[in-house]
Design a protein around this ligand. Structure first.
Ligand SMILES: Cc1ncc(COP(=O)(O)O)c(C=O)c1O
Length: 505
């Protein structure tokens, strides 16, 4: 270093006597973005959980019920046995050495052993090795086959990117789309906070379109058009429409007609369609509102719509798989410029590869045991709720039960869940409660949710974290607590709510 460089570096350091990284100095986008699902209530819940462990009996409840996040296995949903067997074998392949096979075969069915061997070959022999940045080719082939069977249209493994859950996939696409500070991304309100948080982080603008609470959180093209026209008139360069179907936090499912209108809207307005379909197997009214993928709907609309750019997201975190901690997901590109896909690949390469075990879980999700396979019977039982403590059949019952209970509460209305894992009840709070919230420096729904947590140990997320129509207050609760604990759970919410309403009457 030359003497003059040395002295200018020293001068810069002297001008910064404290730490280099302070809230004032770091990236403002990092400071300012919000992520409600793991926000204030979740942090307080962790403190209370610790207090209960250190000093049992010191709180008016025995445990924390984490209804703030769709984390099925935290709320006692058991993993699918076959999936874990294959994972265990790929983690410890010595179990499949000839000398150990007699013992291993007593515990692991032959199809699990076979699958583990096949996947190990596809992973260069070890789940500890980096994989292809876009994801293990064999797993991408299986994803493509799953999509073809689901939709009845071809799918190309080269257009599939395996990711560490759906979240990094959504972020990859948003990051690529947000080229300057006037880019707008249309998102539903209420929305899953991944969208507002990521758009804020990447320096774009969330363009809200409102779901209609009075019509089961329905999505109308009139509202999409209003929102788009308004934001374009403000000079925004609106580039994409995000749709969450089934919806989080609303639980709504789109009808086929509605989906066609949305595709048509994207075609007309030249918008990239980002289809978040992570809840595609959490469907509670399959006869009236079955799941349709946007890929299928787009393809069924014929050559006139070939130009529509669609990215569809899926995940191992939800449904009966519920393996959120393993971080597995994928996105499929339809109609995306190959040069842009190369950029997606470049972004994926920066993190080297998605977690290998997450990729394996994707393989199991899209290629579960088939009729006739040794593991099929158990898989089918676990998956279809014959013993049903924590499977969708039971989830549907829990959803209905909790929604009915919310609807009996004073000032509360709650739409039934058609899909996903959440209810988003609206709470009408008195002026006195709203003033008390203001005095406590909280939003009214944040104040209500915190009071619920302190009184009952039930942790929900205030509606403001998902955004909501002005002067309305909601909270989001999963309906994942085990069925046998549901009555107790509902009773504690009822008692809390009537005491809260009386206190602020
Ligand atoms: C609508 C929606 N999209 C994406 C995700 C992200 O899931 P993951 O990154 O675990 O796949 C979630 C998680 O709750 C979600 O609700």
């Amino acid at each position: 270093m030359s003497p003059s460089n040395e002295s200018s570096t020293a001068a810069a350091a002297a001008a910064r006597p404290g730490k280099v990284m302070t809230l004032e100095s770091i990236n403002k986008r990092v400071v300012n973005f919000e992520y409600a699902v793991r926000g204030e209530q979740a942090i307080r819940a962790e403190q209370l959980r610790k207090q209960l462990a250190d000093r049992p009996g010191s709180l008016p409840f025995k445990s924390i019920v984490s209804c703030n996040i769709g984390n099925p296995q935290q709320l006692q949903q058991s993993p699918i046995t076959f999936f874990r067997q294959v994972s265990a074998l790929t983690e410890y392949p010595d179990l499949m050495k000839p000398e150990n096979l007699p013992m291993t075969s007593k515990i692991f069915p032959s199809d699990a052993i076979q699958r583990a061997k096949e996947l190990l070959v596809a992973m260069s022999g070890s789940s500890g090795a980096y994989t292809h940045s876009q994801g293990i080719p064999l797993v991408r082939e299986r994803v493509a086959k799953f999509i073809e069977q689901r939709d009845g249209y071809p799918s190309n493994p080269d257009n599939i990117f395996l990711t560490a859950g759906a979240s990094p996939g959504v972020q990859t696409v948003l990051q690529t789309l947000i080229a300057h500070d006037k880019v707008g991304i249309m998102i539903p309100i209420p929305q899953y906070p991944l969208y507002t948080a990521s758009i804020a982080l990447f320096g774009g603008n969330a363009v809200p379109y409102y779901l209609d609470e009075a019509r089961d959180w329905g999505l109308t093209v009139e509202e999409l058009s209003r929102s788009l026209a308004e934001s374009r008139s403000q000079g925004l360069d609106v580039r994409a429409l995000c749709v969450i179907n089934p919806g989080n936090p609303t639980g709504q499912c789109l009808s086929l007609d509605n989906m066609r209108q949305i595709v048509d809207f994207c075609h007309r307005e030249k918008l990239v369609l980002m289809a978040d379909e992570v809840y595609q197997t959490n469907i509670y009214k399959p006869a009236e509102l079955p799941f349709h993928s946007f890929k299928k709907v787009l393809k069924s609309m014929g050559p006139a719509y070939e130009g529509v750019e669609l990215v569809s997201f899926h995940s191992v975190s939800k449904g009966t798989v519920g393996e959120c901690g393993r971080r597995g997901g994928y996105f499929e590109c339809t109609g995306i410029d190959p040069q842009v896909q190369e950029m997606f690949y470049k972004i994926a390469s920066v993190s080297l590869c998605p977690p290998a075990q997450g990729q394996l879980m994707i393989e199991h999700m899209v290629n579960p045991p088939k009729p006739g396979d040794p593991s099929y019977e158990l898989y089918a039982k676990e998956n279809t709720a014959i013993y049903g403590k924590s499977r969708p059949e039971s989830l549907r019952r829990r959803a209905d039960k909790l929604a009915s209970a919310f609807n009996t509460l004073e000032g509360v209305t709650c739409n039934a869940a058609q899909g996903a894992m959440y209810l988003f009840p609206r709470v009408r709070l008195s002026d006195k409660a709203i003033k008390a919230a203001e005095a406590a420096g909280k939003t009214p729904d944040g104040f209500y949710s915190m009071a619920l947590l302190e009184a009952t140990g039930v942790c929900v997320v205030p509606g403001s974290g998902f955004r909501q129509e002005k002067d309305t207050f909601h909270f989001r609760s999963t309906f994942l607590p085990p069925e046998e604990q549901m009555d107790q759970f509902i009773a504690s919410i009822k008692t809390f709510h009537s005491e809260f309403m009386d206190k602020y009457r």
